[in-house]
Design a protein around this ligand. Sequence first.
Ligand code: GAP
Length: 489
Amino acid sequence: MNNKQDLMDKVVSLCKRRGFIFQSSEIYGGIGGFWDYGPLGVELKRNVKEAWWRDMVTGHDDTTPPPGMPSAYAMVGLETTIIMHPQVWKASGHYDLFHDMLVDCRHCKARFRADQLQASQCPLKPSKHPGEHTTCDLTEPREFNLMFKTYVGALVDPESEAFLRPETAQGMFVNFKNVLATARVKLPFGIAQIGKSFRNEITPRYFTFRSREFEQMEIEFFCRPAESPQWYAYWRDRRFQWYVSLGLSSERLRLREHGREELSHYSCGTADIEYAFPFLPEGEFGELEGIAHRGDFDLRSHMEGKLVRQGDELVVELGPDGKPRHPGSGKDLTYFDEETQERLIPHVIEPSAGVDRSVLAFLCEAYAEDVVPDENGVPQPRVVLKLHPRLSPVKVAVFPLVKRDGMPEVAMDIYRELKRHWNAFYDEKGSIGRRYRRQDESGTPFCITVDSQTLKDGTVTVRDRDTTFQERVAAKELVAFLREKLGPL
Ligand code: GAP
């Protein structure tokens, strides 16, 4: 495929046609920046989250130090609320600082992110504008806070104002002491969380890439300050390899270290894992995940109050009355290190990934078109999703070749047996070629066909999605055969 936009259009169309992703509230015309996951999409998304949770949390070996690293570490999970105490966002800095600069078009009143406009001109088509459409149509840039605001309780007043979280991270910082007290973890250790976040993006776009409601998979990894540069490099490389292990090709994936001028005021290092999404111009990459060294910024903010830079120091910002402008909790969020008998504020490494962006990257990477022989040996073009088996929504489909001669009954028994192990799909409608092609488009790694030979010798045809190679396997060996081919999920 030579045209990137063409590829993107095809991925979007496949997502709708096969039930991966739909526009939210579509029958009412949709709502910008919100997306629904259909029957296949929800499986794919769950598989991405489960792969992450298994690889980062439950499957993690907390008894052996990773190669080259100073110590073993524990990983524990957490699920915190979407609405938190409003002071959380004031102390963290989001209330004052989590904004984009926006500009309005004076003609059509449309709003844009100032940094995304190439020229001082409204990018909408002149036909959208009443009257003349020339340059200098835009207002001066002004701040727009991205947090969705709501009210808790019956009264709509400033006292009951609350926010939908724009990241899951703060839930982990404010529970630092609860986790320490209950999970009996020692430094270094990580807390992981998967959950919805909300940002009132000015210009949601590129399909699900920039949405207003999305999911994040975040880790807050707490470590001793002196070891933090080593743990930063460890997480940066480990997270990059995770995408590679699930099939993102190394030429479309890159790790980009931020320059000093790009770093947040509290960060000693940040890297982005980026993917060359097909909706971006040639040579441009979009962020999948950020890995940030956050120092002690977050725990300190929740102890002392909102921090600001003063020279080389981070100090609590004071209001006109000389008290902290946005006070922290005042609670002790330090750690007592029994090894060194020292009290310290741990440093934090934060790998923060987007579920929806990962799903989109896996879909774009997996999309392929080729020509394969049909059941009569005639070459036919097909669309195939070459998803990693761990991510495939359906692992195996079972078909009777025809709807008679006892084949559906045998196929149904096989389907029921396989369903105990994997998400399996049964289909007896339409030509066998069409059934294969539908599964190719869904990313199903294997199709099993029961035919007349099955009735004689108990073997079935197993067809491989990527090669379309077919082989005969004894029906009673299928579970072992597929387990070997699919690998651990
Ligand atoms: N706690 C740090 C944090 O939230 P971020 O870079 O703002 O950092 C982390 O977000 C990840 O969340 C991004 O790399 C991206 O994958 C995802 N993300 C952020 N905004 C998003 C949006 N509007 N739509 C979809 N995904 C988004």
